[in-house]
Design a binder for this molecule. Structure first.
Ligand code: MG
Length: 270
């Protein structure tokens, strides 16, 4: 590279970086305060989490031998359904792909407390911005969303960025890889507990590790995921399906497995 181009880049790069931080911030200011926090739901003024480079990472199709396999390299979709019928998502290169307009996809089986591993890839071709770019989501018990989004140099409201508890908690840091790169979630999820009369005994909780970086540590869900509204609990079954969201973007998933965890609220016989 000649000296002139180097000098030009030195000038241009900070301007481009500045431009990324400039302009109106996506989000809302007319939404309710999130209970127990000082921020509003989808607050555009909430600080952006610090960006962390997660490194290259290592993926494989290995898993613990007590894992329930939901998707392996054969990309056989028998664990999944679209509204109880055959899954409408596609299979591409040994991965499962959301076909825009095909609707969400759910596991056929239901689960309670789990350790869940999955890998996802937002589209290599960058289209759209904010919530319109690489949007999907992992809904635990079909209610509690860990957001999937291309949040690599794509500002959006922090409680809606990749790895957020959507509408509730931003991730501790932004550990996203770029568009078209495979990323991983390891989620330790504890289902909520309700009393017989329907009142909440214990909120749902999750620890989330994104690309090997912890982004939530035993964090409480404030209720099922909602858009622009305050979350609130109502009693539901102790087991629920895992749902992956079709938000109109061709997101791919691979290597999905979980382990059922013991119910530690029951008497411990060990
Ligand atoms: Mg989503």
């Amino acid at each position: 590279m000649n000296r002139f181009i180097s000098a030009l880049l030195l000038l241009v790069i900070p301007i481009v970086s500045l431009a990324l931080d400039d302009g109106p911030r996506p989000g809302y200011r007319d939404t309710p305060i999130i209970p127990g926090q000082k921020w509003k739901v989808h607050d555009s003024e909430r600080p952006y989490p610090v960006v962390v480079d997660p490194g290259a990472g290592i993926f494989s199709n290995s898993r613990p031998d007590d894992a329930v396999v939901l998707l392996d390299a054969s990309a056989e979709l028998s664990a999944w359904s679209s509204g109880g019928k055959e899954p409408r998502w596609g299979v591409v290169d040994g991965t499962m792909e959301a076909r825009p307009g095909s609707g969400d996809i759910s596991t056929r089986d239901s689960f309670g407390d789990i350790q869940l591993h999955l890998e996802f890839r937002t589209p290599p071709e960058v289209k759209g911005n904010s919530q319109g770019r690489g949007n999907s989501g992992v809904f635990l018990m079909e209610r509690y969303e860990i957001q999937v989004l291309d949040s690599y140099q794509n500002p959006t409201y922090p409680d809606g960025q990749c790895a957020a508890f959507y509408g509730q908690w931003p991730p501790l840091v932004n550990a996203c890889r770029g568009p078209g790169q495979w990323q991983s979630y390891d989620i330790i999820f504890k289902a909520p507990r309700f009393s017989a009369d329907g009142s909440l005994l214990a909120a749902a909780r999750a620890t989330v590790i994104h690309n090997g970086v912890m982004v939530h540590h035993d964090r409480e869900f404030l209720g099922p995921t909602s858009h622009r509204r305050k979350p609130s609990y109502s009693k539901h079954a102790p087991l629920g399906k895992i749902k992956l969201q079709d938000h109109g973007n061709p997101i791919r998933y691979r290597n999905i497995w979980l382990r059922n965890l013991p119910d530690e609220t029951e008497s411990d016989s060990r």
